[in-house]
Design a protein around this ligand. Structure first.
Ligand code: UD1
Ligand code: CA
Length: 455
């Protein structure tokens, strides 16, 4: 595809069949909103910004994709796929453009390349991809003439019973010339059908015989999401594709039916993944790790040989051979060093845990720097927040320091290298290296204070 082309993504429809208050293209597939898929495809094929036609839920859609390269065009009242293409006209500048439905997520770039090659070879004005499915879903039926050339598309609601028996279906993926003849044909569309919509598919009859239809052999690639049943089917299909690739690359999955990947997640060979594991966002897992069972990782980075089990990791980084869990929660900015151990109801946020450090029971570590080999006792917490103040205060714990059980470190505070904080202390002042800090009321013992009860 050497010449420049634009890409128009149709995302303005109501998505009535989803029965949802949120726009269809924001429903999630393997953790990504549906619209992310055609946007990724576009990014894959061209550096030109794709044009996204929106209407229902347009603010929510724009907000969700604010950081993506895309130009949004408002269709106003969405009156059909043909009307949507007309809405994109002023944003187009290349000599030809693809039209992608926002609700068909698994289209491979090769399908568009094949469509392009045929379209260019035949110098067509319009070309579209087709698929064969049985039993056929309510997609547009492709009617060809005796020479095999597409003559028209009949939408399912208008199709006769013979037409409904046709297996070749319109995939809704088009390549159109940005040419007066095409715009004239689009201007002639009329909403004379059951849905009272301007069907893009009527273009075929209007531009016949300068139309090409290319049958794509793998129908799964071109199936769309019209309702939640379709969504669940595509979810399991995409999941299976991603996981099959991982297994082929050397990742062990104890049960591939119980691992939930994002298409952007990466896992290195010889890692073992147990059931109940979600690897979402841009999660990256190094080699020889053990992940799961029952773990939820989003945008996490896990280095080689680390283990994460029964835990939640959100945008955290885990060093080589570190052990997270069971029941740890690493939040944004948590960086756990090599061979460190965090688990048994420990929460870590915006903190660096040094190499070989341990926080193994019921602790909260927030906005802290924990030195190498430090030991955080059961129930110890960094008190990083003072009521009435917006900022979070930092805690520094030196290498090899020992924080006793149930200690409260009131930030901002520094605990020196090798220092010891006694159990139950509420520490408000810095502790020098190798010192012992005790900040609790001394024990009082009153002999015989309680008289034994009479039987
Ligand atoms: C469409 C095709 C059908 C094809 C099927 C394949 C038409 C008339 N029908 O049917 O031939 O077999 O896709 O999946 O083209 N949209 C807008 N603005 C609108 C209407 C729709 O942007 O005014 C968007 C929708 O958000 C959706 C896409 O266009 O992303 C397709 O619309 P949809 O209503 O789902 O069409 P289908 O009934 O699936
Ligand atoms: Ca659809």
């Amino acid at each position: 595809m050497e010449d420049p082309f634009d890409i128009v993504i149709l995302a303005a429809g109501k998505g009535t069949r989803m029965r949802s208050s949120r726009p269809k293209v924001l429903h999630l597939l393997c953790g990504l909103p549906l619209l992310a898929y055609p946007l990724r495809l576009a990014r894959n094929l061209t550096s030109r910004e794709p044009i996204v036609v929106v209407s229902h839920g347009k603010d929510e859609i724009r907000e969700t994709f604010a950081s993506w390269p895309a130009r949004f065009v408002d269709q106003g009242e969405p009156l059909g796929t043909g009307h949507a293409v007309l809405a994109a006209r002023s944003a187009l500048s290349a000599p030809r453009f693809f039209v992608l439905p926002g609700d068909v997520p698994l289209v491979p770039p090769q399908a568009l390349q094949t469509l392009w090659a045929r379209h260019r070879e035949k110098q067509a004005l319009a070309s579209f991809l087709t698929l064969e499915l049985f039993p056929p879903p309510p997609y547009g039926r492709v009617i060809r003439d005796e020479g095999g050339r597409p003559k028209k598309i009949v939408e399912a609601p208008e199709a006769s019973s013979e037409e409904l028996a046709i297996r070749e279906l319109n995939a809704g993926i088009w390549l159109l010339e940005n040419h007066p003849a095409v715009w004239e044909a689009l201007a002639q569309l009329a909403p004379e059908n059951r849905k009272r919509e301007y069907y893009l598919t009527d273009l075929v009859a209007l531009l016949y015989p300068r139309v090409e239809a290319v049958l794509w052999p793998n129908p799964e690639d071109l199936t769309g999401v019209n309702d939640r049943v379709d969504l669940a089917r595509l979810e399991s299909l995409l999941r299976e594709r991603i996981l099959t690739e991982w297994m082929r690359e050397g990742v062990t999955l104890v049960d591939p039916h119980a691992v939930y990947p994002s298409p952007d997640a990466r896992v290195s060979p010889d890692t073992l993944i147990f059931p109940g594991t979600f690897l979402l966002g841009q999660t990256e897992i190094g080699p020889r790790c053990q992940i799961g069972p029952y773990s939820y990782l989003v945008d996490a980075k896990v280095s080689e040989g680390a283990r994460v089990w029964f835990s939640v990791v959100e945008a955290g980084e885990i060093g080589p051979m570190a052990q997270i869990g069971p029941y740890a929660h690493l939040r944004a900015g948590a960086k756990v060093g090599a061979r460190a151990r965090v688990g048994n109801f420990v929460e870590v946020k915006a903190s660096r845990i040094g190499e070989g450090a341990k926080a193994l029971h019921l602790a909260y570590i927030g906005d802290a720097e924990v030195g190498a080999r430090a030991n955080i006792g059961a129930g110890a917490i960094t008190c990083n927040f003072q009521p009435g103040k917006a900022e979070k205060f930092r805690t520094e714990i030196g290498a090899g320091a020992f924080i006793g059980s149930n200690a409260c470190l009131i930030a901002p505070i520094r605990i020196g290298e090798g220092a010891v904080v006694g159990a139950g202390s509420v520490v408000t002042e810095d502790v020098p290296p190798y010192a012992l800090a005790l900040a609790r009321s001394p024990q009082v013992v009153k002999p015989g204070w309680a008289r034994p009860k009479e039987e």
